[in-house]
Write a protein that binds this ligand. Structure first.
Ligand code: DOR
Ligand code: ZN
Length: 373
């Protein structure tokens, strides 16, 4: 039987769109080199592995500062950046790490001004204390960071938010929605020019908030929140490798994210939140939050966009909208994805241990076959 793809069509977003009459599936897709606007690289022996996966296809990545201890000063960020660059130099790989600082109750306006004047720091991250991995040094009382937020607003340095309340009385599935009502809505009133990225959104309320908040509020959307809902995680057995924060929600929320990501709206863009944890720390009595997707990130988004009939919108979502929001030039280069199924390894190295990536032992429908700087 002939392959359904035997009449191969090549597809370059820049100049070819599928004619309505031609229903053959695309076999190849070339897009501008994408960026990842939210990734966890960790440190030390993990860096060669996480960096290699990012460099595979992304030109730049916003590097999360939730190390232990966290990246709270510009000096820490500079040293961390050097470690990342050294790891990549040893591997002869390249991507540009865009560094961030970790807000604490003690972050000073002076440190923010220093960050704004450092060309390698691109944003500051707010973790509510206790909200997620390595967030215990995060912000306990939002009022305490108002001077830092005012300095960020004055310097036009974006604020990245893990948008969940930590109140134990609030149901874990409601924590994002409550954060938006209680904290984010008042914050955008108090700081009317502060640019904000609501990270890894998971709810229809977050989508609606970003749509209504105007030019200065954007959101990243992960591949795993587009691919999964809470049934995937919990029905018929519990799947610890789907556990992340904010937790995946019910299907209606997943649907709202799918619509936002594939809508062509410029304030929704790619941020994988790829977060490596040792397999033993996830398959345990109290497992860590985080899904690892860097090994197949753009491919997983391609699957999602294809299923939504929106492959022609992948390039803007992955390679343009984020850079525009961060006021950076679009990256140089292109990548080519081919529709060819490949099997993800059961485990991937992580320092001297291993992690279980998304789709471990299963297949992914697209594969990056070329990346040009
Ligand atoms: O699932 C998550 N993992 N969510 C976060 O916010 C942090 C991340 C991590 O660092 O592991
Ligand atoms: Zn994250």
């Amino acid at each position: 039987m002939p392959s359904p793809y035997s009449a191969a069509r090549r597809f370059t977003v820049a100049f070819t769109f599928a004619p309505a009459s031609d229903r053959l599936p695309l076999t190849e897709l070339t897009i501008a080199r994408p960026d990842d606007w939210h990734v966890h690289l960790r440190d030390g022996a993990a860096l060669p592995h996480t960096c290699a996966d990012v460099a595979r296809c992304f030109a730049r990545a916003i590097v999360m500062p939730n190390l232990n201890p966290p990246v709270v000063t510009v000096a820490h960020a500079a040293a961390y950046r050097e470690r990342i660059l050294t790891a990549m130099h040893r591997l002869s790989l390249r991507f540009e790490p865009l560094m961030t600082l970790y807000l604490t109750d003690a972050t000073t306006a002076a440190e923010i001004q220093l960050a704004a004047s450092a060309d390698f720091v691109h944003a500051v991250k707010l973790y509510p204390a206790g909200a997620t991995t390595n967030s215990s040094a995060g912000v306990a009382r939002l009022e305490r960071i108002f001077p830092a937020l005012a300095a960020m607003e004055a310097a036009d340095l974006p604020l990245l938010i893990h948008g969940e309340v930590t109140d134990q009385d609030i149901d874990i599935f409601d924590r994002e929605r409550v954060f938006i009502d209680r904290h984010l809505a008042p914050m955008i009133q108090r700081f009317p020019r502060l640019r904000i990225v609501l990270e890894h959104i998971t709810t229809r309320e977050a989508v609606a908030f970003v749509r209504s908040a105007g030019e200065r509020v954007a959101a990243t959307i992960t591949a795993h929140h587009l691919l999964l809902n809470r049934n995937d995680m919990l029905a018929g057995g519990i799947r610890p490798h789907y556990y992340c924060l904010p937790i995946v929600k019910r299907r209606a929320h997943q649907q709202a994210l799918l619509e936002a990501a594939t809508s062509g709206h410029p304030r929704f863009f790619l941020g994988t939140d790829s977060a490596p944890h040792r397999t033993g720390n996830k398959e345990t009595r109290c497992g860590c939050a985080g899904v690892y997707t860097a090994h197949a990130a753009i491919e997983l988004y391609a699957e999602v966009f294809e299923a939504a009939g929106a492959l022609h919108r992948l390039e803007d979502f992955a390679a343009r909208f984020g850079a525009d929001f961060y006021r950076l030039p679009h990256a140089n280069g292109r990548i080519t994805l081919r529709r060819q199924r490949w099997q993800v390894a059961e485990r991937l190295p992580l320092g001297d241990d291993f992690l279980t990536p998304l789709r471990a032992g299963e297949t992914v429908a697209w594969q990056v076959v070329a990346a040009h700087a």
